[in-house]
Design a binder for this molecule. Sequence first.
Ligand code: BES
Ligand code: MN
Ligand code: ZN
Length: 499
Amino acid sequence: MKITVASGKIEKQKTGGLVLPIFEDEKLSPALERVDRALGGTIQRLLKRGDFVARIGSVSMLHPDGKIAAERLLLAGLGPRKEFTLNRLRHMAGTAAAHLRAAGAQDIVLFHDGLDLDGVEAGQALAEGSALGLYRFLKYKSKGNNNHAKEVKQITLLTEVAASVRALQKGVRTGEIIAAASCSVRDMVNHPSADMTPTVMASRARELAKKHRMKVQVLERAQIRKLGMGALLGVASGSAQPPKFIILEYRRGGKKPFVVLVGKTITFDSGGISLKPPENMDRMKDDMAGGAAVLGALQAAAELKLPLNIVGLLPATENMPGGSALKPGDILTTLSGQTIEIINTDAEGRLILSDALTYACRYKPAVIVDIATLTGACGVALGNEAIGMLGNDDTYKQMLREAGERTGERVWELPLWKEYCDYIKSDIADMKNASGRAGGVITAACLLSKFVQKYPWVHLDIAAVALTDKDRPYTPRGATGIGVRLLTQFLREYAKKRS
Ligand code: BES
Ligand code: MN
Ligand code: ZN
């Protein structure tokens, strides 16, 4: 699909679907009034009778029957002006585009004027919203059942103000890059674990590196052992799939210190010997969503040519209950030398991350951000609406909070007080990998905190938001691709501050 910008009159647009965004509490803009006159006053009549209320996400389809050039006209609500945000603009665009595709439109024109936003921001949000809203995962649907029919081929943002075109174009280019990265993460996460093994993740990383001239290194089991990553090795010991430790380096930042992104990459989490119950176990193919998000963020950073040095680290393995699997009561020696007593083999994410975080410190990074589907407890605390955030550095936490508000991938902080760290004291090792239910998000982060030395670090728990079981604005059911837009926005802001 291509997204472009054009200037011209609304009435003249020959298109399968023309989208006219409307605020809930306002009169029609002069441009829309003109279109309404051409249609004989239909829009005003719909609004007056209350047949269409311009709430956010609501749409109404009209057939202009030759009165204007468009084949279909879609009124798309934006809600009240005073509640308007970029996220609502994405919401409107995603809903409208999906609606028009369902109706059979293969090219769509989105009218821009009257939003009263910065053109670059509006262009980006419209591009992101429509591209993300149109996402589908059809790889495993057989041909000939109509699922493959009628993709939208072309989206055009329309303005009647020629001077707006450049800014919109700039935004569109950014939005396209970021949406494509999010969609490729959704694809990875939606794949069955049998087809998204650590080996496949490693080849995805290699492809990314090749395309963008990044340095890539994939450590195999023998090297992982030799380095002393006892935690990653321990988790991998129950699986027939070989583990990989994937290292990507993106260098476009001269002598700037590295930003290290660490992504939990458990390609399937059965729980191991502490086996999970069968209900919803299929969802545990999403346990590599953190690692996928790191690949997505690196892809976006490279395509946006951000002037930064970034490292991506993906400890990748399955968590399986094989005959040589890790057992409760076992003790692992991590890369840092610290030992961990295994209470529950299902608390495996923090184990592989402990080795990855220790490795991250080798770069003497400016900041480490890890992203992980780490705890079911995160959903208990925050529901399915927020990423859990904990860390040791207020500046970077604040930057991520702001990036979350901007992108709609919102984060909410939980406390990392040292009192909680007592919960994971072990009688016979340096710490244990699980304690009771209480404060489950926090105790997991406490364990991670023991592996970041003195470096600024922020942990993002995406366990409750990597998959959605209901359609959301511009996010259809399935993998959300969450983290890509958040991390990319964070990196863009970071690049601005450090230039
Ligand atoms: N991958 C899971 C966390 C998870 C749960 C992700 C639900 C997505 C949806 C993680 O490895 C896990 O199993 N965590 C345990 C930790 C517990 C044993 C201390 C959990 O949350 O139950
Ligand atoms: Mn687990
Ligand atoms: Zn897990």
